[in-house]
Design a protein around this ligand. Structure first.
Ligand code: GDP
Length: 436
């Protein structure tokens, strides 16, 4: 994955459905909107792009990709859903349709945006040259002083708009560290027994209603992803409706937690396994953690409700946890309290780190040097190649056909980890044996 994008000012496009937000987005960024996501039936619109005008670099966010387009749009709802984007906006562009009347919701939206106390420009779209001036006049009544008639489709007036919007941004002497688009969202699953604090943690991570909520296309209505932008990177918590929905009976809730875990692990890059510090590691925890391990994703163990436990018990708890969940010895353990927020902020950085392990590639050259330094008696290893990522999978070319015994596999895996890191990701080894 790319390094963290350097902080650049953010410009946010807001407007009701069908006014031309994504056309304007594409026009400004000079990109076609990419549909990303490789799971069948799941498409995700790109929400933001990095772009530049006269050397002034900025990030553009199209809230059309955030707010679910709805004919009966409610301005308050748009604001709520786009909140996370608006909070970091250096400039807001309200886009309206110049060919239709100003509606009451347009007025409400304008008023709410102005109340944020940030610079707001009004772009009046779909205006042809003839009726330009007279039409744009009506729009002064929205109370936004800087008005720009544009045609996003034909590119008319867009330069004037962007010149104004970026006027206060400093022109970089060199391009920011990352000139390509920011990395796509890292997909994160929260799993764990009932009452370990999944929904409390989800609220803490997404800041209640500030997350970008989007239904997963092609699945039932109660499958919902929530995306959060944090320190310039994007995190999508997958399949969160099930976290918020609670089973009626204890048995039901327990079964549901296992079903949920198995389903959302498949959709995730990184899995957070929640434990309840006040209860220790129970059988069901081990079952659920086992699925996380077998899923081949990045894993972080989150020991929640740490506010109920004395700090000096940390060591003993971790030891107990390592004994019970031996197979997760590669996973970092985080002690936190979803309720008080202690430790919660550290999750994001750890997710990135673990994600990067899952997609890390080691060159054959490095692996050759590693093989030379290797202490391994059980069979002769000629060389090793990394066949794939997520999880990192290595093929060992050896002098024996029999698969590696568990203990030898472990011995090798540990040496690979010691040498190359791979914190938080399972590693898969495959033996390819040749006689002689
Ligand atoms: P879920 O079933 O895993 O989604 O669990 P909930 O988020 O509903 O939490 C279950 C209970 O644990 C609720 O009463 C929460 O208030 C409580 N809880 C969650 N996190 C913490 C925490 O960090 N500390 C404490 N003391 N209680 C917590």
């Amino acid at each position: 994955m790319n390094p963290m994008p350097q902080a650049v000012p953010t410009v946010v496009i807001v407007g009701r459905p069908n006014v031309g937000k994504s056309t304007l987005f594409n026009r400004i960024t000079g990109q076609r909107r990419a549909i990303v996501g490789d799971e069948p039936g799941i498409t995700r619109d790109r929400l933001h792009g990095l772009t530049e005008y006269r050397g002034r670099h900025f990030e553009l966010i199209d809230t059309g990709g955030i707010v679910v387009d709805d004919a009966d749009y409610i301005p308050g709802q748009i604001l709520k859903q786009a909140r996370v984007a608006l909070d970091r906006a250096a400039h807001i562009i309200l886009l309206v349709d110049g060919r239709s009347e100003i509606t009451a919701p347009d007025r409400d939206l304008a008023r709410m945006l102005l109340r944020l106390g940030k610079p707001v420009s009004l772009a009046v779209n779909k205006v042809d040259t003839a009726s330009r001036d007279s039409l744009a006049h009506d729009f002064y009544s929205l109370g936004i002083r800087d008005i720009f008639p544009v045609s996003a489709e034909h590119g008319i007036g867009v330069d004037a708009l962007i010149e104004h919007v970026t006027a206060g941004f400093s022109a970089a002497t060199s391009a920011p560290a990352v000139t390509e688009e920011p990395p796509e969202s890292i997909r994160v699953a929260l799993i764990g027994r009932p009452n370990t604090g999944k929904s409390t943690l989800l609220n803490a991570l997404t800041g209640q209603e500030r997350a970008i909520v989007s239904p997963i296309a092609g699945t039932t209505r109660d499958s919902i992803d929530e995306t959060v932008l944090h320190a310039g990177a994007s995190y999508t918590f997958v399949d969160t409706a099930g976290i918020r929905r609670k089973g009626k009976t204890k048995l039901m809730a327990e079964k549901l937690s296992v079903v949920m875990a198995r389903r959302s692990i498949r959709m995730a890059d990184v899995v957070l396994v929640l434990l309840d510090a006040s209860e220790g590691v129970l059988g069901l925890d081990a079952t659920i953690a086992g699925y996380a391990h077998e899923g081949g994703r990045g894993v972080i163990v989150c020991v929640n409700k740490w506010d109920l436990i004395a700090e000096r018990k940390k060591r003993a708890f971790e030891q107990d946890l390592r004994d019970q969940l031996k197979f997760l010895d590669y996973a970092p353990v985080l002690f936190l309290s979803a309720k008080t927020g202690a430790g919660v902020d550290r999750i994001f950085k750890l997710i990135r780190e673990v994600y990067e392990s899952t997609i890390k590639r080691v060159s054959t050259g490095e692996l050759n040097r590693f093989v030379e330094s290797l202490h391994f008696e059980e069979r002769k290893i000629y060389y090793i190649t990394q066949a794939s990522v997520q999880p990192p999978t290595f093929v060992l070319f050896t002098n024996r056909k029999a698969p590696l015994h568990f203990s030898h596999e472990r011995q090798l895996t540990n040496q690979i980890r010691r040498h190359f890191g791979f914190r938080g990701t399972p590693i898969v080894l495959k033996n390819k044996g040749k006689k002689g």
